[in-house]
Design a protein around this ligand. Sequence first.
Ligand SMILES: [Zn+2]
Length: 231
Amino acid sequence: MKKKFQHIYKLNLLVLLYFTSIPQAISQTNTVSMELLFQKAGLVDVQSIEPAIRVNLSYSTENNIFGKKLYDDLRKCYLQKEVAYKLAEAQKKLQLCMPGYSLLVFDGARPRRVQYKMWALVSGTAKQWFVARPGAGSMHNYGAAVDLTILDNNSRELDMGTPYDYFGDLARPDMEEKFLMQKKLAKYHLLNRRLLRKIMLEAGFKMIPNEWWHFDGFHPDQIKKKYQIIE
Ligand SMILES: [Zn+2]
């Protein structure tokens, strides 16, 4: 009998520990600001390297494809140092060929905890194909990818044929020629996208086939070897 009571006591203690420690751990990670999290991970603010780069983080507002503010009050774009220097290089290349133009960043480093939130919002819907699964992680979760467009010399976004985060084939670089033939995209949309690609690829970024705005700082295999996911 004594042994049995001991067993129940231990079990109760374990249950108590579970319910008191887990919520605490979750709330602790959620209260650490994203900025502090990125700084602790060794990431840098791209505008501290190249102030001409403009930043408007889509997920720090409700004005995004999810219709929800998914970030805290972060206003700066953080990236791994090497990737931030590549982006500064891209901005210089843009200014050389199009004086007065600048890059406009929509997203840089993104903690995986936000990736889980995004996934929960689209899982089981047609939109889930457009969001990286949090298990494997997005290149944004490594602080090594950037989403961006170009502003002209009047600070107007170049027309790329779709808005940022458009969930559909019209955003796909690998289908542009087909959409041009079908007159769903105009020649100037392609020229604007090509300008963005030219300066980003020349600066050492890698493009992906499905989003005109997304670029990886290195090949994904290299990113996974070089960096760790920011939780
Ligand atoms: Zn992206």
